[in-house]
Design a protein around this ligand. Structure first.
Ligand SMILES: O=C(CO)[C@@H](O)[C@H](O)COP(=O)(O)O
Length: 248
């Protein structure tokens, strides 16, 4: 079990330097999984207009793939002013939380699947001074969130089965995004706590219109950003495709 340590000051999820998108406020989080791993520092520099960076840590068990871990996050941290969201696609995240926080993550996103004591895991993330995010695989129902809504800062709806970049967006997840966005709005109305609803998988300008209409405000995008020769233009295109949410 990870022992909580002292609080650290983390970056704001809404950094003042990030421009407000022309249409509706939306956070683009390029996923480094799609970057050129031989040139990670320059790849990070190429997405400097994005307010968040999404860092997929994969263990080869929770998902079939293995990506990168805390030493890579730590090495990249001094080279970016963006908000770092470490998405732990691992079985039992608990033993790794302190190392991820120490590596410089501003938010740690864990899966509602594969973590036995999610309430405690989220508590520890907060005690480590990070924002706490949860992710849901496509087969996981919205109901899995009912007992943790008040504890989370961010909810990430997987619109592909996790493990690989470049997969096809699952439109069947749209009603789930809308339900979660409604729950987040209710939470904000009840206690003022803002829960950011995000999506991950197959995000491009066309699917951005769908997921933002359903209420998503944070977009994880791998191939749509790193597969584009002009990353700033790709980020702009996603921001520009965002629609105001229609939740009723
Ligand atoms: O976590 C994952 C996949 O498991 C994602 O973060 C991917 O990196 C998204 O890639 P694209 O679907 O945008 O290419």
């Amino acid at each position: 079990m990870t022992q909580p340590t002292t609080q650290k000051a983390h970056r704001s999820p809404f950094p003042a330097w990030a421009k407000a998108p022309a249409t509706a406020p939306v956070i683009v989080a390029p996923s480094l999984l799609a970057a050129d791993f031989a040139n990670l520092q320059s790849e990070l520099a190429s997405i400097e207009t994005a307010p968040w960076v999404h860092l997929d840590v994969m263990d080869g068990r929770f998902v079939p793939n293995i990506s990168f871990g805390m030493p890579v996050i730590k090495a990249l941290r001094p080279h970016s002013k963006a908000f770092f969201d470490a998405h732990l696609m691992v079985e039992d995240a608990d033993p790794h939380l302190k190392a991820v926080a120490d590596a410089g993550a501003d938010q740690i996103t864990v899966h509602v699947e594969g973590n036995w004591h999610l309430n405690r895991t989220l508590q520890v993330i907060k005690e480590l001074g990070c924002r706490a995010g949860v992710a849901l695989c496509p087969a996981t129902p919205v109901e899995a969130l009912s007992e943790i809504m008040g504890m989370v800062d961010s909810i990430l709806v997987m619109t592909v089965n996790p493990g690989f970049g470049g997969q096809k967006f699952m439109p069947a997840q749209l009603p789930k995004i809308r339900r979660i966005a409604r729950m987040a709005a209710q939470q904000k109305a009840a206690d003022g706590h803002e829960v950011i609803v995000g999506v991950d998988g197959g995000v491009n300008p066309a699917t951005t219109a769908l997921v933002t209409d359903a209420g998503a405000r944070m977009l994880v995008a791998g191939s749509a950003v790193f597969g584009h020769p002009d990353r700033a233009a790709a980020i702009n295109a996603l921001e520009g495709a965002a629609m105001p949410p229609v939740l009723d």
